[in-house]
Design a protein around this ligand. Structure first.
Ligand code: COA
Ligand code: ZN
Length: 298
C-alpha cells in the first residue's frame, strides 16, 4: 500500500506574514481557494497575534470570515496567548495551532516569553480550546536552533512536547524557524520527542535557509513522520528571526515525495501553476525549484 504523507500548507500564514508584498484580504482568500483546488486538506489560514507585532496578519478574522466552508479543508489558526486563542475560537477556526518556543532569546523577541512561559501559557489556554471542541496542535519553534542563543540543549524540546501532551495537544510540530537543522539532528530530536511524549502525532516544519530543507523532510519521513508543513512557492519567514527565509516549497516537497512513491493527495501541476500565479501577485521571484525546472518525467 502507498504510504500517505499529509502536507499542511502554511503559505497563507507563515508565507505571507513576512513577505514584502501586502496582499489584500480578497487576494489572500483567492490564494486559499487556489490552494484548495490543488487538493490541500489542511492549511494555516491566518494567525491571531498582535497586529502591532505582525501587521500582515491583522486581517485574519476577516480572512476566516470569508472562507468557503463548503470545502473539506481544515483551516488552522495560529495563536500564542489567551487573547489569540479566544480570537481564533471566535473566528471558528477548525484547528488551533499553539506556538511553543524552545529558545530564550527568540522567545523573548517573538512572543515575550521564555520556553517555560510558553508551556505555562499553553496549559492556561488548552482548556478553552478543548471546551470549544476544536482540535489543538502545537508547534515548537526554534526546535533546532535559536538565532540569538545558538543550539538548543537536548531535553528542552522533549520537555516542551511532554507538557503539550499533558495539555491534551494531539499533534506536535517541530519547527526549524531559522533553517539550521540537518537530517541527523532531525532524527535525534524526533527520537527525543517520541521518548518524552509518546502519545502525540508528529509534524515537521522546515525553513530552507541553508539548503537542508528537503533533506530534513526526507529524514523526518524516514523516521516515521506522516505530516509535513510546506508553503506554496517556498515563500515565508519569521519577522523576529534575522535573515529568515521561506518554508520548504510545497511543490518541491510534493515532487520529492511522489517521485519516491508516497501519496500526498496534491495535484502537482496545479500547485506549480498556483506558485507561478503567486509569484505574479507578490511581484518578486520565489524560491521554489519546481516552478523553474518543471517536474520529471514531464
Ligand atoms: N491579538 C491581538 N492583540 C493582542 C494579542 C492577540 N493575540 N495579544 C496581545 N495583544 C495586544 C494587547 O491587547 C495589547 O494591546 P494594547 O497595547 O492596545 O493594550 C498589546 O497587544 C500588548 O499585550 P500583551 O499581553 O502585553 O502582549 P505582549 O506585548 O507581551 O505580546 C504577543 C505578546 C504574543 C501578543 C506578541 O508578542 C505577538 O503577537 N507576537 C507575534 C509573534 C508571531 O506571530 N510570530 C510569528 C509566528 S511564530
Ligand atoms: Zn515557520
Amino acid at each position: 500500500m502507498t504510504r500517505r504523507i499529509d502536507i499542511v500548507e502554511v503559505g497563507p500564514r507563515d508565507g505571507l506574514q513576512n513577505d514584502p508584498a501586502n496582499l489584500t484580504t480578497s487576494q489572500k482568500l483567492e490564494l486559499i481557494e487556489r490552494l484548495t483546488a490543488c487538493g490541500v486538506k489542511r492549511m494555516e489560514s491566518g494567525s491571531f497575534v498582535s497586529p502591532k507585532a505582525v501587521p500582515k496578519m491583522a486581517d485574519s478574522a476577516e480572512v476566516f470570515a470569508g472562507l468557503d466552508r463548503s470545502k473539506p479543508v481544515r483551516h488552522i489558526a495560529l495563536a500564542l496567548n489567551e487573547k489569540g486563542v479566544r480570537r481564533a475560537v471566535d473566528a471558528k477556526a477548525d484547528e488551533i495551532n499553539f506556538v511553543l518556543v524552545a529558545g530564550e532569546g527568540f522567545g523573548k523577541r517573538n512572543q515575550g516569553m521564555s520556553p517555560q512561559d510558553s508551556a505555562d501559557m499553553l496549559m492556561q489556554c488548552a482548556p478553552l480550546v478543548h471546551e470549544a471542541g476544536i482540535p489543538l496542535s502545537a508547534t515548537i519553534s526554534v526546535a533546532f536552533g535559536d538565532p540569538y542563543d545558538g543550539d538548543i540543549a537536548d531535553g528542552v524540546v522533549g520537555g516542551l512536547a511532554a507538557q503539550a501532551q499533558r495539555a491534551g495537544v494531539g499533534e506536535v510540530g517541530l519547527g526549524d524557524t531559522i533553517g539550521v537543522a540537518d537530517p541527523w539532528l532531525v532524527e535525534r530530536r524526533l527520537e527525543e520527542v517520541q521518548m518524552y511524549a509518546p502519545d502525540v502525532f508528529l509534524r515537521v516544519h522546515f525553513h530552507d535557509t541553508r539548503n537542508t530543507g528537503l533533506a530534513n523532510v526526507a529524514a523526518a519521513v524516514k523516521a516515521g513522520v506522516d505530516v509535513v508543513d510546506a508553503s506554496c512557492g517556498g515563500i515565508g519567514g519569521c519577522p523576529f528571526a534575522p535573515q529568515a527565509t521561506g518554508n520548504v516549497a510545497t511543490e518541491d516537497v510534493v515532487y520529492m515525495l511522489e517521485r519516491a512513491g508516497f501519496d500526498t493527495g496534491i495535484d502537482l501541476d496545479e500547485m506549480i501553476r498556483t506558485a507561478n500565479w503567486l509569484e505574479g501577485v507578490l511581484g518578486h521571484p520565489i524560491a521554489s525549484s519546481l516552478t523553474k525546472a518543471g517536474k520529471f518525467p514531464a
